[in-house]
Ligand binder design. Structure first.
Ligand code: TTP
Ligand code: MG
Length: 329
């Protein structure tokens, strides 16, 4: 998947291969047994013939033959994949750094012009790679929820992402917060400010990757605020994790929960379905009366018709409701 990911371009065949690998990886991760042959791999849903064959090679040879024959620079590939696994590092930088002769994370650590996010990505590199056990995600969710409820008891805080889909472990923590009947930017921003201050004071938020921004024209409008940072539970052995906290208008809560619960392939399918019905689905809601011109490019915003709850979005799209654990596409 990394190989195809590195060489893919928009709309290319490789792009679809990446998606197929992602689907297969998700399906395999959900298994509670080990795959020990190509035949076994082939029986797993979403694992096609070619991927099964490669799994067979991994099992019997310990490597994938195609990678030996590919006409690419193996070292470059490995180093660039390593660099790209650092938070805040994109493909352009990885190539530039490789060309400059950098090969290890310690080489990167010496660079004078790293961005703030790259510095954090390197500082917490080992911790951020670790999957987070479900129980710890739940604990972290409680910390955030209690801090939010200090301000208003009726605030709702929900852990979304892979946790809400029922995964046994997660890559990061995705939290969505809203308050009944509160849609305006100024009130939502006040909740965000309180939450950040409280969680920093507690020593829970230890580093910020992206802070929500404010402009005065947001005051009376529904507005989404997103915080991205690094958190940790108390204790000397606590592991640092990536956390995203979103504070959103009550009116958009369903659409946001739907988006941030994912998975991303499921989101993509639902958006496509909406588009095929002359509608548009975003993290703000479902819009109808959407007109698309050349190359399906949208020419208007459309009229907001659903998004307060997830169920109303499914109903409006005329599809059966999917429980979060069923949204594994
Ligand atoms: P992630 O936290 O990236 O994904 P995840 O929670 O499903 O998995 P992980 O355990 O690795 O954290 O994003 C949260 C949700 O946001 C994801 O499930 C769907 C949505 N999303 C997209 O639809 N497209 C994207 O490109 C990304 C990054 C997220
Ligand atoms: Mg996640």
């Amino acid at each position: 998947m990394d190989h195809y990911d590195n060489i893919q371009t928009k709309g290319s065949n490789e792009r679809f291969k990446v998606i197929n690998y992602r689907k297969a990886i998700t399906a395999i991760r959900a298994l509670d047994y080990e795959i020990t042959s190509e035949e076994m791999a082939l029986k797993v849903p979403r694992v096609g013939k070619k991927i099964a064959q490669k799994i067979g090679e991994c099992v019997s040879l310990g490597r994938i033959k195609k990678l030996d024959h590919l006409n690419w620079d193996n070292e470059r590939q490995q180093v660039e994949t390593l660099f790209k696994s650092v938070y805040g590092v994109g493909s352009e930088k990885t190539t530039e750094w490789y060309n400059k002769g950098l090969r290890t994370l310690d080489d990167l650590r010496k660079l004078p012009d790293l961005t703030k996010n790259q510095i954090s990505g390197l500082k917490y590199y080992d911790d951020l790679l670790k999957r987070i056990p479900r129980s710890e995600v739940a604990q972290i969710g409680k910390v955030v929820e209690s801090a939010a409820k200090q301000l208003h008891l009726d605030i709702e805080s929900r852990v979304t992402g892979s946790y809400r889909r029922g995964k046994p472990d997660c890559g990061d923590i995705d939290i969505v917060i809203a308050r009944p009947n509160v849609d305006n930017g100024d009130e939502l921003f006040a909740i965000m400010n309180h939450l950040m201050r409280e969680l920093i004071n507690q020593g829970f938020l230890v580093d910020h990757l992206s802070l929500p921004t404010w402009s005065d024209d947001m005051a009376n409008r529904p507005k989404h605020f997103k915080y991205m940072g690094i958190c940790k539970l108390p204790g000397p052995d606590a592991v640092h994790h990536h956390i995203d906290i979103l504070i959103v208008p009550w009116i958009h809560l369903g659409a946001v929960l739907l988006y941030f619960t994912g998975n991303d392939i499921c989101n993509r399918s639902m958006r496509l379905l909406a588009a095929n019905r002359g509608m548009r689905l975003s993290d703000k809601g479902l819009f109808e009366g959407v007109i698309r011109g050349k190359n399906r490019k949208r020419v208007n915003e459309g009229r907001w018709v659903a998004g307060r709850t997830e169920r109303e979005i499914f109903e409006y799209l005329k599809i059966d409701y999917l429980e979060p654990y069923e949204r594994e596409c």
